[in-house]
Design a protein around this ligand. Structure first.
Ligand code: FES
Length: 152
């Protein structure tokens, strides 16, 4: 199979040997974008979250073969040169991480969440909306503050 993806604004043609590769593996192993992390590889942790056509998805559950023509945004595509995306800046400002492994997924999920809500979510709504992204360090208070801060 041959598919075309637009990743962070750049076109990529990808040859797939069969229908099994996930978007996560294509991003990391074929395109070389390793910012997107593999935690569980089964849809439970959110570390692999990216945006597909503006909506957040677990890339470990998305078969690349089904995404021909899709627009994908990864954490590498958020900043504008040296200027961080407001959500990235808010995570730094609010200590929204500890080890950092889940952070790309948290940030991509937050960007998607803020797009869904329009930016006036309560703390409770942020916790619910971000509940698909696990943090084994337990940095949830900082993550919640970062998301609230980013929408302010
Ligand atoms: Fe995709 Fe955990 S690696 S949800």
């Amino acid at each position: 199979f041959q598919i075309s993806l637009k990743i962070n604004g750049n076109g990529h043609d990808v040859e797939l040997e069969d229908a099994r590769p996930t978007l996560l593996d294509v991003l990391r192993e074929r395109i070389g974008l390793t910012g997107t992390k593999k935690g569980c590889d089964r849809g439970q942790c959110g570390a692999c979250t990216v945006l597909i056509d503006g909506r957040r998805v677990n890339s470990c559950l998305s078969l690349a073969v089904s995404l021909d023509g899709a627009e994908v945004t990864t954490v590498e595509g958020l900043s504008d040169g040296d200027t961080l995306h407001p959500v990235q800046a808010a995570f730094i400002e609010n200590d929204g991480f500890q080890c950092g492994y889940c952070t790309p997924g948290q940030i991509m999920s937050a960007v998607g969440f803020l797009g869904e809500t329009g930016g006036d979510a309560s703390a409770e709504a942020v916790r619910e909306g971000m509940s698909g992204n696990l943090c084994r360090c337990g940095a949830y208070a900082g993550i919640q503050d970062a998301v609230l801060d980013a929408q302010a």
